[in-house]
Design a protein around this ligand. Structure first.
Ligand code: KIV
Ligand code: NA
Length: 276
């Protein structure tokens, strides 16, 4: 199991960090068996496995339910779970109560919070002080998609690039153990990565981040039709699954499944007795 200390050591040793999302028991189990460094129970689960329109619909109960399955499937892996939409914006007290519930009920190692507003930075300081490690997340922050005006690259002009650098520094000072940079131009992500002592984990943020994260279903092309530019798919599960399920369908219709080897036996006398 990784620790927050070892995560920072990895940055110092220029050892890249791999992170993948998982939302349930089998994905967590397979990700752990693939030797991935860290698992993220992302609120992307709302779209990816629950069919919601955006992460705005995800609830604290959704995150708890899925995180519990993930920690059962990957007991040896460092697991981070997203605080969902509006679970840390109403008040500091409310945020801490929610973070505590999420952390205590799921057995994850850290929580992740989007943004770097003064309220958010305060919450990060208080959670860290209370013993809950926090991961930051800046750049494209999907919970704010309705304010950002869509899923777009962030930090492209001087003002927003400066703001991202400042946010990263403020997050580090507030005690986060790592920062996710989402949809940030490569050279800006590189600059931020060099300025920080904690590792950056990029998604659509180029090769210079200290680590990389992708969504499990994007890596596998599993249940999703379109992937963004920054995704690389390493398999085509859509085809594998459709081929397998339609083969089953066909064999049922053709009466070629099940066969004798799939069927339980019974003594002839017993069955003859039934017919007599
Ligand atoms: O919810 C998620 O999957 C994420 C990653 C894209 C970083 O937050
Ligand atoms: Na997320």
């Amino acid at each position: 199991m990784l620790t927050t200390d070892k995560i920072i050591q990895m940055k110092n040793n220029s050892e890249k960090i791999s992170m993948v999302t998982a939302y349930d028991y089998p994905s967590a189990k397979l990700v752990e068996e693939s030797n991935i460094d860290m698992i993220l129970v992302g609120d992307s689960l709302g779209m990816v496995v629950l069919g919601y329109k955006s992460t705005v619909e995800v609830t604290l109960d959704d995150m708890i339910h899925h995180s519990k399955a993930v920690t059962r499937g990957a007991p040896e892996t460092f697991v981070i779970v997203d605080m969902p939409f509006m679970s840390y914006h109403i008040s500091e007290g409310d945020a801490i109560t929610n973070a505590r519930e999420l952390f205590q009920k799921t057995g994850v190692q850290a929580i992740k919070i989007e943004g770097a507003s003064p309220l958010t930075l305060n919450i990060i300081r208080r959670l860290t002080e209370a013993g809950i490690p926090v991961v930051g997340h800046i750049g494209l922050t999907p919970q704010s998609v309705n304010v950002l005006g869509g899923y777009k690259v962030q930090g492209k002009d001087a003002a927003s690039a400066n703001r991202l650098v400042e946010e990263a520094e403020k997050l580090e000072k507030s005690g986060v153990i790592s920062i996710v940079l989402e949809c940030v131009p490569g050279p800006l992500a590189e600059h931020i990565t060099k300025k920080l002592t904690i590792p950056t984990i990029g998604i659509g943020a180029g090769e210079y981040c200290d680590g990389q994260v992708l969504v499990y279903h994007d890596i596998l092309q599993y249940g999703i039709d379109r992937t963004p530019k920054f995704v690389k798919s390493y398999a085509d599960m859509n085809t594998v699954i459709k081929d397998a399920v339609s083969s089953f369908h066909k064999e049922v219709k053709e009466k070629t499944f099940p066969k004798e080897e799939h069927t339980f036996k019974i003594d002839d006398d017993v069955i003859n007795h039934l017919y007599s």
